[in-house]
Design a protein around this ligand. Structure first.
Ligand code: EPU
Length: 421
């Protein structure tokens, strides 16, 4: 398994380009199941999760050409509407095929994802919504087995904002008979992007990006050619890296509205962020020159849970004390013991953490069991004195396209090595 070796203490300068959004690409690739023809998607990031989604569509019978940034998919050949445990356990987002399969084939069998490193993460809201649309759902041998000859529109009230839950039901409702209303829907930009693609396919969706989405079901959808939006979490990760090391970097392709909740906190901490024609320029004196600020994660447009770990890396050295509350997932502080091993001063109590800025971090061998925690450790490595080895980069490769190749031209000393662990 590959590891990353990072030598800290170098400010970053130059320009870095943001790839297509992982969490927009995954539901959009699943949406190709709603049509018979060939869809072409552009600006698709080269990530392990994209490969896993490709593998999933392929074993169901879809024809796939996964050559990021271009992916072509033809759902016409799908004969086996089933998502096996072997793939769902590698990637929870596999559950996104449930809505489209049920809508198009009248039945679907999808493995339950089970818990994961950041929490229990049930899918009860997805199932409740599909049942309200007339699906009969059974749980058998670890699988969701759903059937319904034709879904019908319904009004569904979510108990909490769920991103993939909203996406699954939006895709199901696109081909249902009649009108569906999703109340308390997730407002993330990735939900809006999926609605944009579905509408291009001929769906009739409005309100995506707000908490009430209306979908008027149609009989069929047609294939599309679509370029996926930039990844706000990858952009945010680069912004935190520059804020941490100090320097001056243009993060190209960033959609500034999408990163505003993070940008606002960074500005409060003392980072200069300027909108330019091609992206956002980030200038920072480095973490020791920043003020400690508090964050509380929340569904969009709140501070994203997917940026909490990276922001904490920055706060380990900021002056003063910051409080971090993780409100979205119950177990998303796995990076804390690793940051502590590097010298950070952090106390965790339940879902909140208190960080007191220290003078320095020192490089160490560290490991994380989730994607964003791994990104946090890369930033900590860029900040630390000496060498940090981030083990099991495999997690990072799920969501970041060759992070070392993107950061090196900015001056970062970071390289990939083959490890024994
Ligand atoms: N929840 C339920 N029941 C459900 C659905 C969700 O209790 O049926 C709970 C979850 O356990 C969690 C909260 O609701 O506590 C929000 O979860 P959500 O369903 O919104 O998360 P998700 O759709 O599974 C997506 C992203 C995650 C991101 C979250 C929150 C994708 C493929 N994944 O997950 O991304 O953290 O929304 O914004 O879009 C990542 O990229 O690293 C990542 C984990």
């Amino acid at each position: 398994m590959d590891n990353l070796v990072v030598e800290g203490g170098v400010p970053l300068h130059g320009a870095i380009r943001v790839s297509g959004a992982k969490n927009a690409a995954l539901p959009i690739l699943a949406a190709s199941l709603l049509t018979e023809g060939t869809c072409t998607f552009r600006n698709v990031p080269r990530l392990r999760d994209v490969e896993t989604m490709g593998a999933l569509l392929r074993i169901m019978g879809a024809e796939t050409e996964i050559a990021p940034p271009v992916v072509t998919l033809r759902g016409g050949g799908v004969r086996r509407p089933e998502a096996p445990y072997e793939l769902v356990k590698q990637m929870r987002a596999s559950v996104l095929v449930l809505g489209p399969l049920l809508a198009r084939f009248g039945h679907a069998k999808v493995s339950l994802p089970g818990g994961c490193a950041i929490g229990a993460r049930p899918i009860d809201q997805h199932l409740k919504g599909l049942e309200a649309m007339g699906a009969e759902i059974k749980l058998e041998h670890g699988y969701v087995v759903a059937s319904c000859p034709r879904l019908r529109g319904a009004t569904i009230h979510f108990d909490m904002a769920t991103v993939t839950g909203t996406e699954n039901l939006m895709m199901a409702a696109a081909l249902a008979k009649g009108r569906t209303q999703l109340v308390g829907a997730a407002r993330e930009p990735e939900v809006e992007e999926l609605a944009r693609v579905l509408n291009k396919m001929g769906a009739r969706i409005d309100g995506a990006g707000t908490d009430v989405i209306h979908i008027e079901g149609v009989e069929t959808l047609h294939p599309v050619d679509h370029a996926i939006i930039a990844d706000r979490i990858e952009a945010g990760t680069f912004m935190c890296a520059v804020a941490a090391t100090g320097g001056d970097v243009l993060v190209e392709g960033t959609i500034s509205e999408h990163v505003e909740p993070l940008a606002e906190r960074l500005r409060t901490a003392g980072v200069e962020i300027v909108r330019e024609e091609t992206g956002l320029r980030v200038r920072s004196p480095g973490a020791r020159g920043l003020r400690a600020v508090d964050i509380e994660t929340a569904p969009h447009p709140g501070f994203p849970t997917d940026m909490q770990a990276q922001f904490m890396a920055l706060m380990t050295l900021a002056r003063g004390t910051s409080h971090v509350i993780e409100s979205v997932f119950e177990n998303r502080f796995m990076h804390v013991p690793e940051l502590s091993r590097m010298g950070a001063n952090i106390q965790v109590r339940g879902q909140s953490a208190t960080l007191t800025g220290v003078d320095r971090l020192s490089g160490a061998s560290v490991m994380a069991t989730d994607l964003r925690a791994s990104a946090c450790l890369v930033i900590a490595g860029l900040l630390a004195e000496g060498e940090t080895e981030v083990l099991r980069v495999y997690h990072l490769d799920r969501g970041y396209e060759a992070i070392e190749k993107k950061l090196s031209p900015l001056g970062a000393r970071i390289r990939r090595v083959r490890g024994n662990l």
